[in-house]
Design a protein around this ligand. Structure first.
Ligand code: 2DT
Ligand code: MG
Length: 219
């Protein structure tokens, strides 16, 4: 149903572990397909962690390999650069691309590790020039609600201490003046309510891409 010549929208869904990102991305993807929009759903780290970089990230997250904080950070970013061109091609082709985690997770998780040589500012730099989302939905969940959703898995970063720092840094990003594409969604509510709150701004954004103009770049 994408109108003739209209580009797709780049929609990012961000948030802490257990905020419901992947479930909501899946629901959004299915809703857009049901409305006959050309749509793709991708995630970072990429889904099967199967590219050479994806494999290194997977091994690091499972604790099977050690990497310098800067090195793993740059691999996460490189994983996005690997598909940046195909995202741009899809968008130009009228496909709306839903992205599960993006540069915001990239910068915030690395800067939450407590490495004094890895600031949020440093962490953001490799993201500069990547396709800029038209809309970023930040699924906000309180630590209490997150805890009710069950324990963490075994991956690195899935600890209360890390998640608290990640949450604080995510919130600090929302305050920055150039991040006006970020929209906060209260993700502590029933799944279908959250889904409805996500679908509305996404449809609005897809309708407005003409006035937004060509896909921008992260600065
Ligand atoms: P999932 O829980 O979504 O599988 O992510 N991460 C993710 C980073 O540290 N940097 C990044 O650039 C991205 C995209 C967040 C696995 C973990 O990877 C972290 C959680
Ligand atoms: Mg996770």
């Amino acid at each position: 149903m994408a109108e003739k010549g209209r580009r797709g929208a780049l929609v990012v869904v961000e948030g802490l572990d257990r905020a419901g990102k992947s479930s909501q991305c899946e629901l959004l993807y299915r809703s857009l397909l049901a409305l006959n929009y050309k749509t793709k759903y991708i995630r970072f780290p990429e889904k099967d962690r199967s590219t050479p970089i994806g494999k290194q990230i997977d091994s690091y997250l499972r604790g099977q390999s050690q990497l310098d904080d800067h090195s793993i950070h740059l691999l996460f970013s490189a994983n996005r650069w690997e598909v940046a061109q195909s995202i741009q091609d899809d968008i130009a082709d009228g496909v709306t691309v839903i992205v599960d985690r993006y540069s915001y997770s990239g910068a915030v998780y690395s800067a939450s590790k407590g490495n004094p040589n890895l600031s949020l500012h440093w962490a953001w730099q490799p993201e500069v020039g990547l396709p800029r989302p038209d809309l970023c939905l930040f699924l906000s969940i309180s630590p209490e609600d997150a805890a009710k959703r069950g324990g963490y898995g075994v991956e690195r970063y899935e600890t209360d201490c890390m998640q608290r720092r990640v949450r604080d840094l995510f919130l600090s990003l929302l305050d920055l003046p150039h991040n006006d594409e970020i929209c906060v969604i209260d993700a502590g509510r029933p799944v279908d309510e959250v889904a409805q709150d996500i679908l509305e701004p996404v449809l609005e954004c897809m309708k407005n891409v003409d006035s937004i103009g060509p896909l921008k770049k992260l600065g």
